[in-house]
Design a protein around this ligand. Structure first.
Ligand SMILES: NC(=O)C1=CN([C@@H]2O[C@H](COP(=O)(O)OP(=O)(O)OC[C@H]3O[C@@H](n4cnc5c(N)ncnc54)[C@H](OP(=O)(O)O)[C@@H]3O)[C@@H](O)[C@H]2O)C=CC1
Ligand SMILES: O=C(CO)COP(=O)(O)O
Length: 345
């Protein structure tokens, strides 16, 4: 059994800390709000993020980062993408031994186009960084906390590290696969949030399942095109962290990205939506990042372009849908870089 620090006491950090505690590991959940940390230690609940859930009695929490990471060989980082660099900088100041950093955040940084694992490698002193492993897949915190069957992927360039993480998390309700395609796993997890925002918008506009199926299918084509340009293995996008996460995020009321899109489709402004969500909506920043990245690598991403216009240029969502529907007529396989044959390899 291992001592593991979980940094980020929101919905996903808490649910993953529960999985690790269920597996018998000694887990300390780190957060920055003392009231919330006291609630976790004394009431064994985290009501703001996981209402109705009783946390395992052996799960401890701390506001003190030094205390949380003391003696840990594994650190699970689960804060919103925009906080990754800041938390890594704090962590870097406290580390005294080499650690494996596992991250479960889904986003791309605007302006730098960096994936989360790249930000971690840039911020953590290499003498403290044994390995970076990504944990991603179709997994709403609300369902994991209820111990409902869930499958995810542990990805690392080094398969042995991915397998160690697979072992740490696996149990009867949490099944972990491995993959060495870190780029594909991170791109799939980040970009599905964009498509979920768009799917929420079409639902909010009152369009039905046909529109959602269209967005998911053509959205996956866009994700694969960008992923291929970034060096991903296109087969990864047929798996849990690609198609799997796209399905769960576009079709679930648990998804904050879908819910945010739904409110936008119903006519709320982006500021109103984000002010009322109370949890991170990663797809907003990632839309900005993907929009910039697509231009840099010259990849066609019409859904991303229209969503960017809705979010940041005040475009009416209905006009964005009209624009997508009236694009130049195409062959279905055109500009998908034969990804279906790639997937079938
Ligand atoms: N929720 C889910 O089902 C899943 C989420 N993810 C990913 O996990 C990541 C985290 O999401 P999630 O837990 O849902 O988000 P939440 O909004 O539920 O929680 C975010 C947590 O991060 C904390 N936080 C934010 N900034 C900092 C900081 N600078 N220092 C310390 N703590 C900070 C927040 O603290 P505070 O309360 O003080 O604001 C809060 O506890 C995202 O990238 C998301 O895409 C991945 C899979 C599933
Ligand atoms: O990543 C998730 C499920 O796999 C959670 O999605 P949301 O951030 O949209 O809630």
């Amino acid at each position: 059994m291992e001592k593991i620090a979980v940094l980020g006491a929101g919905s996903w950090g808490t649910a993953l800390a529960m999985v690790l505690s269920d597996n018998g590991h000694t887990v300390t959940l780190w957060g920055n709000k003392s009231e919330q940390i006291n609630e976790i230690n004394e009431q064994h609940t985290n009501k703001r993020y996981l209402p109705e859930i009783n946390l395992p009695q052996n799960l401890k929490a701390s506001v003190n980062l030094k205390e949380a990471i003391n003696g840990a060989n594994y650190i699970l980082l689960v804060v919103p993408t925009k906080a990754i660099r800041e938390v890594c900088q704090q962590l870097n100041n406290e580390l005294t031994n080499e650690v494996t950093i596992i991250h479960a955040s889904k986003g791309i940084e605007p302006d730098t186009s960096k994936r989360v694992s790249e930000m971690i490698s840039e911020e953590i002193d290499s003498k403290f960084l044994k390995s970076v492993v990504v944990l991603s897949g179709p997994s709403h915190a609300e369902e994991v906390a209820l111990r409902h069957p869930t499958t995810v992927t542990s990805a690392s360039k080094n398969m042995e590290d991915a397998e160690v993480v697979q072992e740490l998390f696996s149990n009867g309700y949490f099944r972990v696969y491995t993959n060495e395609d870190v780029i594909g796993v991170e791109i799939g997890g980040a970009l599905k949030n964009i498509i979920a925002l768009a799917a929420g918008i079409t639902d909010g506009l009152g369009y039905g399942d046909n529109a959602k199926a269209a967005l998911m299918t053509r959205g996956l084509a866009e994700i694969i095109r960008l992923g291929k340009a970034m060096g991903a293995n296109t087969q990864t996008f047929a798996g849990l962290t690609g198609m799997g996460d796209l399905i769960v995020t576009c079709t679930s009321v648990h998804s904050r990205n879908w819910r945010a899109g739904n409110l936008l489709g119903k006519g709320k402004s982006l500021d109103e939506v984000l002010d009322n969500m109370g949890m991170v909506v990663e797809g907003v920043r990632t839309t900005k990042a993907a929009y910039q990245l697509a231009k840099q690598v010259n990849v066609e991403m019409p859904i991303v372009n229209e969503l960017h216009a809705v979010l940041f240029e005040n475009k009416n969502p209905k006009l964005a849908v009209d624009a997508l529907m009236s694009r130049v007529k195409k062959h279905e396989g055109e500009s998908t870089s034969n990804y279906i044959s790639d997937l079938a390899e």
